[in-house]
Design a protein around this ligand. Structure first.
Ligand code: ATP
Length: 392
C-alpha cells in the first residue's frame, strides 16, 4: 500500500468511528428521554392508584362517646341509638372521656381516632352576627307594635333598675308573628341598634336541615356566644321549623328536631329575666307552634305584625322613596293601587319604578312608572302564589 492509500484508509476509519459515536450518542440520549418518560408515567399510575384507593375507602362515622365501660366505648349515634364497641389499639383508652368526639369504622363501629371538637364546630360560622344601624324611623307604620317591643325588650335592657324597683319581671323574649315581608326582622334589628346590642340571627329551617345531629349543640353554643357578646338579641327567624307541634315523634329526624327544641327551652329557662340577652322569635305560622315555647317565662309576649293599612303604606312609601328623585308623583293614587301590599312589596314597587325610569333614559320617576311597577310586582306575586299552590 502506498502512502496515499494508507492515509485514505485512515481517513475513512476516523469518519466511520465519528459517525458511530454520533449514532451511539443518539441512542443513549433517546434511552434517557424514554427512561424519564417511563418514570413520569409510573409516578402518574401510582398517584392515580392512590386516588382510586381514596374513592374506595369507606368514610368514617363521627360519634360522641357516652361512657367507657370495661375498656369498651358506649357510642351514641346521631339517630339516638347506642352501641357498646371496641376501641382501636392506636388510641390510648385512658385519653377518652364521655363527651369526646371520635371517628368510628362504618362496618363494626370500632373507635378509630379522637377528633378535636373545636376544630370541627364553630358556631360563629353558622349565624349572622351584626351591629345593625336600623333606626326606629326606618320602619313605616306599626306604631303600637313598636311601642310594645320597646316596652318589653328595649326598656329592660336600658333600665333594668326600674323593673327591680317596681318588683316585676319583664318577659325574656317576644314572638313576632305575621305574613312574610311585614317588617319582623326590621323591628328586631331596630331594637338591637337602639340598645347597642349584638344582633345574632339564626334561621330555624336552616338549623334543622343543615345541622342534623348538631342542632341541640348549636343552640347551646348560640346562647354561650350571646352571653359572651352581651348585651345581645338572639333573633330566631322561622321559629316554627324548630318549635312546631308534632303529633307523633316517629322518625329520627323528628326526634332530632325535638332535642333541638328542648335545648332551646332549657336555654331560655336558664337565663335571667333581667339579664342582657333577649330572644326574639319570628314566624308566619303561629297556628302550628308548640305551646311550650309561649308558656309564661318563655316567649310569652306575642305581637302580631300586620300588613300595613293606608297610613302605614304611606309611611313605608315615604321611607323607601326618601332618596329617589320624584317627578310630581300622585302619591295618593299610587298608594290606593298598593292596597294589601306588605312593606317588602312596597319597597319592591319603589325599586321597580326606578328601573322603569332608567329604562326610559330618565333621571326622575313619574306616577306612571310607579303604576307600571305596581302591576309588575303584583304579577310576580301572583306567579309565586300559583307556584306555592301547585307545590304546597
Ligand atoms: P320574613 O317573614 O320573610 O322574614 P319579615 O317580616 O322579617 O319577613 P323584613 O325582612 O323585616 O320582613 O322585611 C323585608 C324588607 O321589607 C325590609 O328590609 C324593608 O326594606 C321592607 N319593609 C318591610 N316592612 C317594612 C316597614 N314596616 N317599614 C319599612 N320597610 C319595611
Amino acid at each position: 500500500m502506498d502512502s496515499s492509500n494508507a492515509s485514505e484508509v485512515q481517513k475513512t476509519k476516523i469518519e466511520t468511528s465519528g459517525e458511530l459515536d454520533k449514532i451511539m450518542y443518539g441512542y443513549t440520549s433517546e434511552v434517557n428521554v424514554m427512561e424519564e418518560e417511563n418514570r413520569i408515567l409510573r409516578e402518574t399510575v401510582t398517584n392515580l392508584k392512590n386516588e382510586l384507593n381514596k374513592f374506595q375507602t369507606l368514610p368514617y362515622l363521627i360519634c360522641e362517646i357516652k361512657d367507657i365501660i370495661r375498656g369498651k366505648a358506649v357510642l351514641s349515634l346521631k339517630n339516638g341509638n347506642e352501641f357498646l364497641v371496641e376501641i382501636s389499639t392506636n388510641i390510648k383508652k385512658e385519653s377518652l372521656r364521655p363527651g369526646d368526639f371520635v371517628t368510628v369504622h362504618q362496618k363494626n363501629l370500632v373507635v378509630m381516632d379522637k377528633i378535636d371538637i373545636s376544630a370541627r364546630f364553630n358556631v360563629e360560622q353558622f349565624v349572622i352576627i351584626d351591629k345593625p344601624e336600623t333606626l326606629w324611623s326606618d320602619i313605616g307604620g306599626l306604631k303600637d307594635e313598636i311601642n310594645e317591643v320597646q316596652e318589653v325588650i328595649e326598656l329592660p335592657l336600658k333600665k333594668p333598675e326600674l323593673f327591680r324597683k317596681v318588683g316585676i319581671s319583664p318577659p325574656k323574649g317576644v314572638l313576632l308573628y305575621g305574613s312574610p315581608g311585614t317588617g319582623k326582622t326590621l323591628i328586631a334589628k331596630a331594637v338591637a341598634a337602639s340598645t347597642n346590642s349584638t344582633f345574632i340571627e339564626v334561621v330555624g329551617s336552616e338549623l334543622v336541615q343543615k345541622f342534623i345531629g348538631e342542632g341541640a349543640k348549636l343552640i347551646k353554643e348560640l346562647f354561650d356566644l350571646a352571653r359572651s357578646k352581651a348585651p345581645s338579641i338572639i333573633f330566631i327567624d322561622e321559629l316554627d321549623a324548630l318549635a312546631s307541634q308534632r303529633v307523633d315523634i316517629g322518625t329520627s329526624g323528628e326526634r332530632e328536631v325535638q332535642r333541638t327544641f328542648m335545648q332551646l327551652l332549657a336555654e331560655i329557662d336558664g337565663f335571667d329575666y333581667l339579664g342582657d340577652v333577649k330572644v326574639i322569635g319570628a314566624t308566619n305560622r303561629k297556628d302550628i307552634l308548640d305551646p311550650a315555647i309561649v308558656r309564661p317565662g318563655r316567649l310569652d309576649r306575642l305581637i302580631h305584625i300586620p300588613a300595613p293599612n293606608q297610613e302605614g303604606a304611606n309611611d313605608i312609601f315615604k321611607i323607601h322613596t326618601k332618596r329617589m328623585r320624584l317627578d310630581k308623583v300622585d302619591v295618593k293614587k299610587v298608594i290606593s293601587k298598593m292596597d294589601g301590599m306588605t312593606g317588602a312589596e312596597i319597597r319592591a314597587v319603589c325599586t321597580e319604578a326606578g328601573y322603569f325610569a332608567i329604562r326610559k333614559n330618565k333621571t326622575s320617576v313619574t306616577t306612571q312608572d310607579f303604576l307600571d311597577a305596581v302591576e309588575k310586582v303584583k304579577a310576580i306575586e301572583e306567579k309565586n302564589e300559583e307556584y306555592l299552590h301547585m307545590f304546597g
